[in-house]
Design a binder for this molecule. Structure first.
Ligand code: GLC
Length: 702
């Protein structure tokens, strides 16, 4: 492979190399410009699919150029194509804690995107969502590095397949490197005030797992780490990513990052300086900074940068193209029968059901299908809210008015298909509360046995560029809820949203509360099935629900040292903890043992209720004395355990000393000898965990 690639590079002109490092957004250029880039030998286009992608590839190949690699954002299915399967968002699917399903979703997504000629998906997102003010929480697997790494690595394998070169395999992209979700104040693309030690300890592990899974590409984040833009940070992209993690694929900047170095970060005077910094920083492909092409050519001619630096980047790109078969067969399969095929629909339903999280139930659920039901709130019918971001409604340009394509099932449709005594759709409350609509809803509620109140957010107030200072239901939703509470009928509140909202009042006053965030095509149906008891909810939260936006940071892996341990005007605990989720049955953990010599944990999990179910057993640990502060607990394993009513199963976990490690002040990963605690149970809350102390009798460094 290297010989062939070296030979190709030797024959390339400086201009062809500069073009190969360029990625053009098809949605932002004219057809003529796109053709010009194809003739010039552009390395990649993003967001062009189908016949147009093939036409551009034909132009490139017929011009004697290296085939173009087409990239697309397929974060929860090939959602930019209206006929594709829309799976739950990453945050939603993370509620299932189902690694096998995550891999299957990615495999099926790869099959669907390749029918449109795409070779590369800009997924999985491996950012950690530890501040819900950030607009892009929905794209993550939540707050935890271990869960994110397990699900992310599974999706990498799914996207890339066993054989990368076949027509249904695509290159995956671990993004955004790095610490993007940790931007101060949850502000999208703002500076992350973290150290390289913190990066290596907390934010790098998911990327390490993705790289170990063979991830072919990494995307450089928009933001900056302690004032250095990620795009210009060779410590990040060369020393850490390639040197320490052994990454050997291609790096691509995020959207116009080279331009941002000049116009946003104002770290470089002009595009030439910024292009030199981006290339020297360790970026191989520059997403949509068209000026990079001329800038880097002139930089080489001015001897400001060695042409060999371009050769290195071109080599990284060609290796990926070779690995995914492009150099031999530039076209992917075009059999569109796989789009929303029976198998993929089945997967989308399965994951939607496993991602339903029951947050509260005073015994009201499951309800009888003969109940007279008032379904009230716009998120019961808004498929855009149910889908969330990164679908054909939102990208490559917002198209909210686009007519949605079946199949899909909203919450109302899911209820309607099951309710025997009928149901009535309540009001659509959008924008400021309309008293007339609220009055209609109240009348409906008065004539019902039970109210289903559907609330949450929508794609107009979430996503990139849409951070929130108050992560709460809209004032009109709150006003509607208050009016419904006054009716005095039982209320089932359903949250369909891109992130945890701060809902202590709704949680307090509802008889039941249930969510699956953005559940995809069948998210509404899955919640309806849970409400009627057709399924037993088994989802667990991958992210903490703060009591109030101001309570953050309140992710479970907290450090010690806070004088007072709480804000004086808020409770100490969050509203719902990481790993939490109820069921229509109950589970117990007994016979918990830890063999400290072999680092083996065993326990017996029993279904103590009268319904079959699946428990997600979680294992955390604590290092009781460490030379830098380490969290009060950290997730290091989990297992989904299917249990019939009354059934018991023994579960076992085997660990190595590295599972109990952290990154020390010298930025080395170590496990220090001393006292530890291991914990197992059904959530991260201490009340749900059985704890055992143990000792590690020597130091380890990795
Ligand atoms: C966007 C996002 C990134 C996406 C890219 C291409 O701005 O930050 O996640 O892959 O641009 O659409």
């Amino acid at each position: 492979m290297k010989d062939r690639i070296k030979q190709i590079i030797e024959k390339m002109t400086l201009e062809q190399k500069a073009a190969q490092l360029t990625q053009i957004s098809y949605a932002n250029v004219t057809k003529e410009q796109a053709e010009m880039w194809a003739k010039r030998g552009v390395g990649s286009f993003l967001h062009v699919i189908g016949d147009e992608a093939k036409r551009l590839q034909d132009i490139a190949v017929n011009s004697g150029n290296i085939p173009i690699i087409f990239g697309i954002d397929a974060i929860h299915g090939h959602c930019l194509n209206r006929n594709a399967t829309v799976y739950p968002s990453q945050l939603s699917m993370a509620c299932s804690w189902n690694i096998e399903l995550a891999e299957r979703i990615a495999r099926e997504t790869a099959q669907e995107v390749t029918t449109d000629g795409a070779h590369w998906v800009f997924a999985p997102v491996l950012c950690l969502a530890r501040d819900i003010r950030w607009g892009r929480v929905d794209e993550t697997f939540g707050e935890d590095p271990y869960l994110t790494g397990e699900l992310g690595a599974a999706m990498v394998k799914g996207y890339q397949g066993e054989d990368n070169s076949v027509t249904t395999s695509v290159a995956a992209c671990a993004k955004h490197f790095i610490g993007y979700g940790e931007a101060t104040g949850g502000r999208d693309s703002y500076d992350s005030e973290i150290t390289y030690r913190k990066i290596k300890d907390t934010f790098l592990p998911p990327f390490e797992k993705a790289i170990d899974a063979g991830c072919a590409t990494v995307m450089t984040a928009y933001g900056s780490i302690d004032g250095t833009p990620c795009t210009a940070d060779d410590t990040l992209l060369k020393d850490i990513l390639r040197g320490e993690c052994g990454f050997d694929g291609l790096t691509v900047t995020d959207w116009a990052n080279v331009d941002h170095l000049v116009n946003t970060h104002r770290c470089y005077e002009n595009t030439v300086e910024a292009s030199i910094a981006a290339l020297n920083g360790g970026n191989d492909m520059m997403m949509f900074t068209a000026g990079f092409y001329d800038a880097i050519i002139s930089a080489v001619k001015q001897k400001r940068v060695q042409e060999s630096a371009l050769d290195t980047a071109v080599e990284h790109i060609l290796r990926v193209k070779q690995r995914f078969g492009l150099l031999d067969s530039p076209y992917k399969n075009t059999d569109k029968s796989v789009l929303t095929c029976v198998e993929h629909i089945k997967t989308a339903k399965e994951i939607a059901e496993e991602s339903v999280v029951l947050l509260k139930n005073d015994g009201l659920l499951p309800i009888d299908k003969k109940s007279k039901i008032a379904v009230i709130g716009e998120n019961a019918t808004d498929i855009r809210a149910q889908y969330g971001d990164w679908t054909y409604f939102t990208h490559p340009t917002p198209n909210y008015e686009t007519k949605p394509v079946r199949p899909y099932v909203t919450l109302l449709e899911g209820i309607a298909a099951r309710a025997k005594a009928g149901y009535e759709l309540g009001c659509h409350v959008l924008g400021e509360a309309d008293d007339g609509e609220i009055q209609k809803a109240v009348e409906l509620a008065k004539n019902s046995d039970v109210i289903i109140f559907a609330f949450g957010d929508n794609v107009k107030i979430s996503g990139e560029w849409h951070d929130l200072g108050k992560c709460e239901p809209t004032s009109s939703q709150q006003k509607l809820f208050d009016a419904l509470c006054a009716v005095g009928k039982p209320i089932i509140s359903v949250m369909i949203a891109s992130k945890p909202l701060c809902i202590p009042q709704i949680a307090e006053r509802s008889n039941a509360l249930i969510t699956n965030f953005n559940g995809g095509m069948f998210g509404g149906e899955a919640i309806a099935k849970a409400i009627f008891g057709e399924i037993n909810p088994c989802g667990k939260l991958p992210i903490t629900f703060p009591y109030h936006t101001g309570q953050q940071p309140c992710y479970y892996a907290q450090l010690l040292g806070w004088h007072g341990t709480k804000y004086q005007d808020l409770p100490e605990k969050p509203l719902f903890p990481f790993g939490f989720g109820l069921s229509y049955t109950s589970y117990s953990y007994t016979d918990v043992k830890f063999d400290e010599k072999n680092l083996k944990l065993s326990a017996t999990v029993t279904n103590t209720g009268d319904r079959d179910g699946t428990e997600i057993a979680q294992v955390y640990f604590r290092d009781k004395v460490s030379t830098v502060l380490t969290p009060v607990k950290r997730l290091i394993a989990f297992k989904r355990v299917g249990l019939k009513s009354g059934e018991s199963k023994s579960i076992e976990f085997e660990f190595t000393p590295k599972n109990f490690s952290f990154v020390n002040k010298a930025e080395k990963r170590v496990t220090e000898k001393g006292e530890f605690t291991i914990m197992v149970g059904g959530s991260s809350d201490d009340g749900d965990l059985t704890k055992l102390d143990f000792n590690i009798d020597k130091d380890y460094s990795f």
